[in-house]
Design a binder for this molecule. Sequence first.
Ligand code: ATP
Ligand code: MG
Length: 424
Amino acid sequence: MNVPIRSIRGMNDILPQDVHYWHKLESTAEDLFTSYGFGQIRLPLLEKTEVFTRAIGTATDVVSKEMYSFDDRNGESLTLRPEGTAGVVRAALQNGLLYGPVQRLWYSGPMFRYERPQKGRSRQFHQIGVELFGAPGPDADAEILMLGSRLWNSLGLRDLRLEINSLGNTEERAAYRDHLYTFLSAHKDELDEQTRERVERNPLRVLDSKSPEVQALLEDAPLLSDHLGEASRQHYGQLKRYLDQLGIDYHENPCLVRGLDYYCHTVFEWITGELGAQGTVCAGGRYDNLVELQGGKPWPGIGFAMGEERLVELLRQNADVAPAVRHAYLVAVGENSTESALELAYDLRAGMAGLNLVGNLNGGSFKAQFKRADRSGALLALVLGEDEIRNGKVAVKFLRAANEQLVLERDEVSDWLRNYIDTI
Ligand code: ATP
Ligand code: MG
């Protein structure tokens, strides 16, 4: 006998009993993005590997350790997308979406990273993201943060902490990187093996180290904010004034650097305290150099991506998300009852807003069918017995309420159901 095959480690199934959380998240995000003027873009899951190596940077964890890359049958290196932004920029360039008025795009779907699976971290995970191109100023940063803030509100999620920082422009960041490198090199002996390796590969990443020893050492490290030029400081200051004015709370975190190389100026994360170590539910920032890295003329951009798995977990814990599915179960017993039931179901389903109809399959006695109806969670049973079929009637039995059973004319059922739905 064959042994059942299991899914790939870190690649999880999403089951019907959970899917209403996903729908709630995705439909709320879509409605909100649409109301802010964002249009959806749908992209391939596979791209040429270079799309990511150029954009994200070869020194990052994502590119150096986490990508699912393979050669296709022609020997071309392809990669399952680890994130959305690089592909959006590739597509925006290829399809001539840039260089006009401001462009607002959003996407959603699975991403793939070869990471150690744990709570809130999987190898196939889902992101919803937005990208805004063509606006270099802090007003665009504010717009993007407003969008996030409003989304948490619409989802009924409170207590998300917004952390922000400025990375400055490329030159400022590079200069700071050198200062930090010098500082960290001088303290090499106090660093663990992994951090020492980070210092060589990507010193900025040492700033968001989780190790208490490293964090203690960093208290004396040079600060990025001291290396920002006048224009960068103004940009950041103006953003903070906009946020103050909008009443959006934020915390400045000088160690926030983000994992991808393409960021500059404003970077941010929305963090929850309720999911343990994997508390960042949304992260993003400005990427004014990315379009150029991808082979276009320079063009500014800013965006964020949120982790759907983590948000679904938060919704499960916090928000009152009722399963959207409510249904009636059609019970039918007796001669010609299957034909009669199929016909009734076909007609009713044409006009049953707000209530679904599940038809009994595999026959069975009244008792067996009612048991199935009950176990299915149905609100009502619609009943076709021999009498009802002969007389053109349908009986309605309430499975979750104490109401008396009633009998309707067949052609009244649809209207009755619609009224009933409005009363509950
Ligand atoms: P982390 O520090 O948690 O690894 P990251 O900096 O790698 O996050 P981004 O690339 O900015 O994350 O992705 C944005 C969001 O996508 C994250 O804040 C998180 O919510 C989600 N995310 C990233 N990687 C995973 C993963 N492996 N599993 C589940 N969600 C993820
Ligand atoms: Mg990561």
